[in-house]
Design a protein around this ligand. Structure first.
Ligand code: SF4
Length: 413
């Protein structure tokens, strides 16, 4: 009984803490709003807040991009206000992909650029292609032009590579030709599996201008990620962090450390989610964070975090690391070479884990299902009956792979 009461009270505390933090946004973001309306802001918080979105140079491109990027994994056609407001608040790095929201992300941008053509030059536009063949990339790039009502892309990514062999000399020639033709300005890839290995390999390729990779408080301290980041920075590759809030796949139980951490963040004026962004921005090697911001509340909260100059303390960083360790088995780190090879490459464990994250943490069943249904039907059917013990033994983070795969099949089919 007492355990139940404790769990309940912890949960309500965390919930209340989140709301209290979000309410504080008004004070932090008011300088931008006052600036827009021409009013003077007198609040005490204004002394801690910048009035302009900070920018960082994106690798060798030399382009200054907003440290907060607009992730658009949502129906942008129906949410045009998000684009307008993002630009108004200085969020000029826009991230989409041909597959986001069944094409409605790119189409929504097209609707916006058709209505406000003068804004196209102000946006650093990033889109991605799931194709690997050069013919496929050409077809999808042309489709992106049609949908987005533009004739060039600032940064074009091969989407979601797991191994550097997915891009090769043909890809390089294709990227060089597309640059010469003025269709793309820069080329690179995104990765949420085996990120560190892909990044290390890319650091030795002089034609990769940018990489977007999973990067958050759970991953940033590993020596493999630190080395990969240093190698890419040395090679002047621009870096965009994604999945920065480190939301896991398995149900998360609240821990005492989490309560202490949230309480401490609140004293700095941050919610838990805002603080996770700040932890990533602490690293100057990260040029921008592509953050999914499907509504105004999240856009305002993240903008406020970008403008707030209060640093996360060393003690808070230690608490965050401790929390990451305590909940390690709830978060898949994308080291898919390990578990997928243990299963003979039969099951794309990493992709299924990503679907579960979209479903459980983003609360977006449609997105989870759309990614899940890209897995071949036969694999989806066999998934629940596989013996996962070999993969579980090898998983360095003790993830309950069998039950998570079963859960994905039950919830997403
Ligand atoms: S299940 Fe384990 S081994 Fe596989 S990618 Fe996730 S964390 Fe790595």
């Amino acid at each position: 009984m007492s355990d139940n009461i404790n769990t309940q009270s912890r949960r309500s505390f965390l919930k209340t803490a989140g709301i209290a933090g979000v309410t504080g946004i008004g004070a932090i973001i008011s300088p931008i709003l006052s600036e827009a309306s021409g009013e003077k802001d007198d609040s005490a918080q204004s002394s801690k807040a910048l009035t302009k979105m900070p920018t960082r140079t994106f690798g060798r491109t030399g382009v200054d991009v907003s440290i907060l990027g607009l992730g658009t994994m949502f129906d942008v056609v129906s949410n045009q206000l998000m684009l307008k407001q993002a630009l108004k608040w200085g969020v000029n790095y826009w991230d989409t992909a041909d597959c986001y929201s069944g094409g409605n992300s790119e189409k929504g941008m097209g609707k916006f650029f058709a209505k406000y053509p003068e804004t196209r030059k102000d946006v650093f536009l990033v889109t991605k292609s799931c194709a690997r063949s050069t013919d496929g990339m050409t077809r999808l790039l042309n489709q992106s032009f049609d949908r987005m009502q533009t004739n060039y892309i600032d940064l074009y990514f091969a989407h979601g590579i797991k191994d550097i062999s997915e891009i090769n000399d043909d890809t390089r020639r294709w990227a060089e030709d597309a640059k010469k033709a003025g269709k793309i300005k820069y080329f690179g890839f995104s990765t949420h599996s085996n990120m560190e290995k892909c990044m290390m390999a890319a650091s030795k390729m002089d034609w990769i201008d940018g990489i977007m990779m999973t990067y958050n408080y759970r991953i940033m301290h590993t020596s493999a990620m630190k080395e990969a980041l240093a190698a890419c920075t040395e090679s002047k590759i621009g870096l965009t962090a994604m999945k920065t809030q480190g939301m896991g796949q398995a149900a998360n139980s609240d821990t005492e450390t989490q309560i202490e951490m949230v309480d401490s963040f609140m004293k700095l004026g941050y919610t838990d989610m805002q603080a996770r962004l700040k932890l990533v921005w602490e690293n100057p090697k990260i040029a921008s964070i592509a953050s999914q911001m499907p509504n105004m509340t999240i856009l305002a909260a993240n903008t406020a975090a970008a403008l707030n100059t209060t640093k996360i303390s060393g003690t808070d960083q230690i608490l965050t690391r401790q929390y990451a360790m305590e909940t390690a088995s709830t978060y898949c780190r994308g080291c898919t070479d390990i578990c997928e090879s243990a299963l003979g490459g039969e099951i794309p464990v990493g992709d299924v884990m990503r679907c579960l994250m979209y479903h459980r943490q983003y609360n977006d069943k449609e997105l989870a299902k759309s990614v899940f249904y890209q897995i071949p039907e036969q694999t989806r059917r066999s998934m629940a009956g596989i013996d996962y013990s070999r993969a579980e033994k090898k998983c360095p983070h003790n993830m309950d792979i069998a039950n998570l795969m079963k859960e994905a099949v039950e919830q997403l089919v």
